[in-house]
Design a protein around this ligand. Structure first.
Ligand code: SAM
Length: 261
């Protein structure tokens, strides 16, 4: 069976120097990078900025010769009725697109790099997609995962906070699930993937530590009591979007009664 060696490299949340030394070494072992071309997906203009960050990282940190293969990303329904099923179908389609690229455009013996935003373990499909390629059985995939700084770590560092209260748990969730988690008793919550600021619907007394474009030159930070700082967050979010054409934000919410930090 054809063998392909893959390296899944966490590149941090957007700052071109926020990679580990191990990640830089891994970059330099790569012959060919596979890059998902998200602008092939209708209505996703602006994601080219994310490709530009990856290119800048390679330009700064990779000293060797490498090729880049852009793999058009399969179209995706972002407001599906059945969310899990839609995501699984999309993983399957992406696995097939990557498999074709690995079979047709990569030479035997070459090392393939996949640059993963933030850390590969957190709200990222790359590991699942690579596992799917393995399961399809046409390629013998040998891969490793190099951790990266996640946007959650960057948020905590920028605000100089510890994510948990002493001895307490942390919930990491999406904007879509925030209200459910709160109804279930969560009081110390990191929220990602929230295009709508779901926290604006919360009742009760909460503190928020919010950050957008963390690690980049357009970084925005706001902290304080909800809802006092919500207007400030909305303005900062709009500014961030104007600066780059896209906005990625993450925040920690803590019920004011949750305990000492
Ligand atoms: C698909 S997830 C990828 C998370 C990534 N694997 C990580 O470790 O940060 C995308 C979400 O991560 C968060 N995110 C990623 N980069 C960010 C950044 N530079 N600033 C703030 N939030 C970011 C946002 O919540 C965004 O909606």
């Amino acid at each position: 069976m054809t063998v392909r060696r893959l390296r899944l490299i966490g590149i941090g949340p957007g700052g071109p120097d926020d990679l580990t030394v191990t990640a830089v070494r891994a970059l330099n072992s790569v012959d060919v990078f596979l890059v998902a071309d998200k602008e092939a997906e209708a209505g996703r203009a602006g994601t080219g900025g994310l490709v530009a960050v990856r290119q800048e990282i390679c330009r700064r940190h990779s000293t060797g010769d490498y090729r880049v293969i852009a793999v058009p990303d399969p179209p995706r329904d972002r407001t599906p009725e059945v969310y899990g099923a839609e995501v699984r179908d999309w993983h399957a389609a992406r696995a097939e697109a990557y498999e074709i690229a690995l079979l047709e455009q990569v030479l035997d013996g070459e090392t393939v790099g996949l640059l993963v935003w933030g850390d590969p373990s957190l709200y990222d499909s790359t590991i699942r997609v690579v596992e799917r390629i393995r399961m399809r059985g046409r390629l013998d995939i040998d891969y490793d995962v190099i951790p990266g700084v996640s946007s959650v770590q960057m948020l905590a560092a920028r605000h100089r906070i510890v994510l948990n209260v002493i001895g307490g748990p942390i919930t990491v969730t999406t904007g879509r699930r925030l209200l459910e988690e709160v109804a279930g008793g969560a009081e110390n919550i990191v929220v990602m993937l929230d295009g709508q600021l779901a926290c604006s619907k919360l009742s009760g007394v909460w503190d928020i530590w919010w950050g957008a474009q963390l690690g980049t030159t357009d970084e925005e930070l706001v902290a304080g009591r909800l809802p006092d700082v919500l207007p400030q967050i909305e303005k900062a979010r709009a500014r961030a979007k104007v600066a780059r054409g896209w906005v990625m934000d993450t925040y920690l919410l803590r019920r004011a009664s949750a305990g000492p930090s």
